[in-house]
Design a protein around this ligand. Structure first.
Ligand SMILES: Cc1cc2nc3c(=O)[nH]c(=O)nc-3n(C[C@H](O)[C@H](O)[C@H](O)COP(=O)(O)OP(=O)(O)OC[C@H]3O[C@@H](n4cnc5c(N)ncnc54)[C@H](O)[C@@H]3O)c2cc1C
Length: 449
């Protein structure tokens, strides 16, 4: 390992996973039960106590959909959906209320491709029909704004055309992560440590573990970097993956509003990136799946210690407890809320958050051995769509560790050609907002309306 030719590498006697989000924790779960790793020690390190409050994997909700323009992700998501309908989604962790995927006129390419893929999955029997609305077809095409509004039943809507897929829904992200963590703990194979990785330890062209911020060291045959949007600090990923900040805004609602809106479909406009997830416990969330904000930060070069480099890294409420989203982002959420659920249009947001994607240029993940260093594996690059795969992604990551990357993802997840620019903006056709925004510049224009 390095393993560019996808051959079977030797089984490491010790595996160190950095990061306890979807990518790291699911890897720990799969390693715990995989026969090849029966004799390997497994250590999982996270800088925060679980659940890490500022990680991408911890939040009130995440959309669970097989509605992708790309057939490979669509098919994998359909497999994950079966698990969400089963034990992973039990006890309220998953609610199949449907997903209304819409686009503004002239910007419907992603939605059209997604509809084709989802209809293909239904025809091939790869997924079952929706259970959320008994008696309805699992996919219903919506050709006009009026049809979208009728399906939403909120007095509003978004976009000009689209479809509703009754076999999609949303998950309680924190509850699902806690469930996953419990499963790992019950298997008793993983040594959990709360510590922050400062840098990888090298011996020639081999990574032999990690140096911690507290001065300690953990040695391992194989180090899996799954530190999400922070990964660019530990490995030089310039032009390959980068942190982008995305806006989330929450508002309190009454019990009457909860009862009325609790079972509406998720509404996602693929032209603006804005989405609204049905409320739970009298809290409703509006957010934007966008190009996002970069946060250029100078850090020591991970391999060349006398040099430094500038990379976009997260800046969260853990760093700045009073952080509020930039005015530009709040205005976008406000405008969409007025349109989508007019009765709540002027309700103040009670809480906001900037949540950090690990974006790659194509939106494909980075699940691969490092091309230059033995003993170093990357499991990151979620690009704002990794959560729904929680029940299945760990198995895929372990397959990749073993040199068995699924054929349909071989080109997508391998170490890519470095992009021309250091910064990364995902262009997979799903992003709204403006490309190239910098967090500090947007904050200087104002925050808190
Ligand atoms: C706002 C938002 C909305 C999203 N919506 C959806 C959705 O609707 N559907 C969907 O499928 N996906 C969605 N996603 C994407 C999905 O949540 C992510 O792809 C996924 O959670 C990423 O997981 P991760 O493990 O890569 O990163 P994270 O969950 O961020 O985990 C990284 C972990 O690394 C730890 N760490 C960082 N640095 C260090 C260090 N130096 N040492 C030790 N530990 C460290 C952190 O504490 C953290 O726990 C969304 C993401 C965001 C941000």
């Amino acid at each position: 390992m390095p393993n560019p030719d996808n051959s079977t590498p030797p089984i490491p006697s010790s595996v160190l996973i950095l990061g306890s989000g979807v990518f790291g924790l699911s890897t720990a779960l799969s390693l715990s039960t995989h026969p090849s790793f029966t004799h390997s020690t497994i250590t999982l390190v996270d800088r925060s106590a679980f659940p890490a409050p500022d990680s991408a994997s911890i939040d009130t909700s995440r959309i669970i959909r097989a509605d992708y323009a790309d057939p490979a992700y669509s098919a994998l998501a359909a497999k994950a959906s079966k698990h969400w309908r089963g034990e992973w989604g039990a006890d309220g962790r998953y609610d199949e209320v449907g997903l209304c995927l819409v686009a503004d006129s002239g910007k419907a390419e992603y939605v059209k491709k997604s509809l084709q893929n989802v209809q293909g999955l239904v025809k091939s029997g790869a997924r079952q029909a929706g259970q959320g609305r008994a008696g309805k077809d699992s996919v219903q095409v919506l050709d006009t704004r009026e049809e979208i509004e009728r399906v939403m039943n909120t007095g509003g809507g978004s976009g000009e055309s689209g479809y509703v897929n009754w076999a999609s829904g949303w998950a309680d992200a924190e509850a699902a992560m806690r469930y996953c963590r419990r499963k790992v703990e019950e298997l008793g194979r993983v040594n959990f440590r709360k510590a922050e990785a400062k840098s990888l330890l090298y011996s020639g062209n081999k990574v032999i573990g990690v140096e911690l911020v507290d001065g300690g060291r953990i040695l391992a045959d194989l180090t899996v970097v799954a530190t999400g949007a922070w990964s660019g600090k530990l490995v030089d990923l310039r032009g390959i993956a980068s942190a982008t900040g995305q806006v989330l805004a929450y508002l309190d609602i009454t019990q009457e509003e909860q009862d009325r809106l609790g079972k509406i479909p998720v509404l996602l406009n693929m032209s603006t990136g804005i989405f609204v997830i049905p409320p739970r416990d009298r809290v409703l969330k509006v957010a934007r799946h966008a190009y996002g904000y970069s946060n250029p930060t100078r850090v020591p070069h991970p391999e060349k210690h006398s040099e430094s480099m500038v990379v976009s890294l997260p800046r969260t409420k853990v760093d700045e407890p009073d952080q509020w989203i930039p005015r530009e982002g709040e205005l976008a959420c406000r405008k969409a809320l007025r349109e989508m659920i007019p009765s709540l249009g002027d309700r103040p947001f009670s809480y906001t958050r900037i949540c950090w994607y690990t974006d790659t240029p194509t939106g494909d993940w980075l699940i691969t051995h490092h091309p230059c260093y033995e003993g170093l594996f990357l499991a990151t690059g979620g690009s704002g769509h990794g959560f729904k795969f929680l029940p299945v992604i760990g198995d895929k990551i372990v397959d990749c560790i073993l040199g068995k990357t699924p054929e349909e993802f071989r080109d997508k997840w391998s170490w890519p050609e470095k992009g021309k620019e250091d910064g990364v903006w995902t262009d997979d056709g799903s992003r709204g907002g403006k490309k190239g925004s910098v967090l500090d510049e947007e904050m200087r224009k104002g925050s808190r309306l």
